[in-house]
Design a protein around this ligand. Structure first.
Ligand SMILES: Nc1ncnc2c1ncn2[C@@H]1O[C@H](COP(=O)(O)OP(=O)(O)OP(=O)(O)O)[C@@H](O)[C@H]1O
Ligand SMILES: O=C(CO)[C@H](O)[C@H](O)COP(=O)(O)O
Length: 332
């Protein structure tokens, strides 16, 4: 038997700024361990600094502001087990700093605006997720954070989102079609909620992906509507609704898993977990345990937290399949 233990597994995490990438990466660290996982922020491949972009009236989302040749060359080198000298984009100064040495690791995560944009980089990925936050929700999250922590006004935040919109639509959003899973965050359908306090979250899982089998609710391949509130799950108004079924997403055959609403008591998540299958856990209750570990992370009491943990578990499962020993064919 030979092993693939030295293989570098490459994971892509795509999404706009402020869409929960950092929160997702913190959850991934629980599963892989910070020692074995290296995160590369693709902002480091900006080829134009903040002042050049302003002068040329180009946003950071525009491919012309990014060096995809260097990104492809360096990510390929890392995957082949070589170290690289990665550039650094400094968000404080808006300038490009001297490069730093990055060594290969068991898991390399590339996160940012464009992990799935360039075909050369995309083809190197072993697993990818796109964090797809609807505009209403994105505005609410950004307003909460940027007004509370960064001193921006409501109008500043709205103007920033609107100025990025054309390039977001042209270059970032189309990457959804290539992701193995998409976590879509939408306003609830249970009630009218202008502040996006209650969310409807969909886990779009592509069918036919090597080393990835979609998770399901109750019965694989069927269509299920489930309102679990009752004796085993405490739900305050307006309750919780789950859905599972086959679907088509941007031309791809997918399995859709959906949770609308929020959980009152996180300990009771075990009840939901026990009705889900193929979730990549190693023991009963592991998913609930991972959620309970970080109750304080945003979204822990709704589908965003639950699906982030679930996608992390599926990434670990893919990783383990990829590094598993290869069975040699017996010489007859
Ligand atoms: N699941 C969630 N529920 C509610 N709010 C959330 C959720 N995820 C993120 N947020 C809000 O969005 C903000 C940005 O989240 P996070 O830092 O994880 O995103 P990011 O994509 O890494 O952002 P950036 O690229 O700008 O650093 C958080 O501070 C929080 O206010
Ligand atoms: O979309 C972004 C990714 O984080 C940033 O806006 C981009 O990287 C430019 O950064 P800055 O605004 O600090 O110049």
């Amino acid at each position: 038997m030979t092993t693939q233990q030295d293989r570098v597994v490459l994971i892509g995490v795509a999404g706009d700024s402020g869409c929960g990438k950092s929160t997702f990466l913190r959850r991934l660290t629980d599963l892989f361990g910070s020692e074995f996982m290296t995160v590369i922020c693709l902002d480091d491949y900006h080829s134009l600094d903040r002042y050049q972009r302003k002068e040329q009236k180009i946003t950071a989302l525009d491919p012309r502001a990014n060096n995809f040749d260097l990104m492809a060359e360096q990510i390929k080198a890392l995957k082949e087990g070589q170290s690289i000298m990665k550039p650094i984009y400094n968000h404080e100064t808006g300038m490009i700093d001297p490069p730093e040495k990055i060594e290969p690791n068991k898991v390399i995560v590339i996160e940012g605006l464009h992990p799935l944009y360039d075909e050369r980089v995309r083809s190197l990925l072993d697993f990818s997720v796109y964090l797809d936050i609807s505009e209403e929700v994105k505005i609410n999250w950004k307003i909460q954070r940027d007004m509370a922590e960064r001193g921006h006004t409501y109008d500043d935040v709205l103007a920033a989102i609107n100025s990025r919109k054309p390039d977001f639509t042209a270059y970032i959003d189309p990457q959804r079609q290539y992701a193995d899973v998409v976590i879509q965050v939408l306003p609830t359908k249970l009630i009218d909620d202008n502040e996006s306090k209650i969310l409807r979250v969909r886990l779009v899982q592509k069918e036919g992906v090597e080393n990835f089998e979609p998770a399901y609710l109750f019965d694989e391949g069927s269509t299920i509507d489930w309102r679990p509130c009752g004796r085993k799950l405490t739900c305050a108004y307006p309750g919780i609704k789950l859905y599972y079924g086959p679907d088509n997403f941007l031309g791809n055959e997918v399995s859709m898993l959906e949770i609308d609403g929020q959980f009152d008591n996180l300990e009771e998540m075990i009840y939901i977990e026990s009705h889900l299958s193929k979730i990549g856990t190693k023991y009963y209750g592991e998913m609930t345990e991972l959620l309970l570990k970080h109750k304080d992370y945003p979204g822990s009491n709704n589908g965003t937290g639950l699906f982030q943990v679930l996608v992390g578990l599926k990434m670990r499962e893919t990783y383990e399949k990829l590094i598993a020993p290869i069975k040699e064919t017996a010489n007859v």
